[in-house]
Design a protein around this ligand. Structure first.
Ligand SMILES: [Cu+2]
Length: 133
């Protein structure tokens, strides 16, 4: 399994333009192969249509991200194991994740332009937004 992870990481890691690209395995809402790698960069841009927001220290990082219409945003819970789950929940009912434990992820594809504020249901002080351009 370790060898497979290394192969996948080798294929997906690198630097594109000014952005560091995290190691990434697109597995939807399932557990991450390597969440630690995704949590080591402040803004993980997988490619122009796929972005990562880290959930860490009871906050969303970055707390505002601009993406093009049609892009997918994946939230990854980067908290230490044992931390209570977080959600990513649209303020206007556009999306709502289940509780995400450390290492879990949730993805949503933004088809429409606009500003999409969201929060964490168990921790309403955790707020952020996605701006779709
Ligand atoms: Cu939370």
């Amino acid at each position: 399994m370790k060898r497979l992870v290394a192969v996948l990481a080798g294929a997906a890691c690198g630097v594109v333009g000014a952005f560091a690209v995290a190691c990434f395995s697109d597995r939807g809402a399932g557990p991450s192969v390597n969440p630690a790698a995704e949590c080591t960069v402040p803004v993980a841009v997988i490619d122009s249509m796929h972005y990562v927001v880290a959930i860490e220290n009871f906050g969303f990082h970055p707390d505002s991200i601009a993406v093009p219409a049609g892009a997918t945003v994946t939230w990854v819970n980067c908290e230490p194991s044992g931390t209570e789950p977080h959600t990513t929940t649209s303020n206007t009912g556009v999306w709502d994740s289940p509780g995400l434990s450390p290492g879990d992820r949730f993805s949503f594809k933004f088809a429409a332009q606009g500003a999409f504020p969201y929060h964490c249901t168990p921790h309403p002080f955790m707020t952020a937004k996605v701006i779709v351009q």
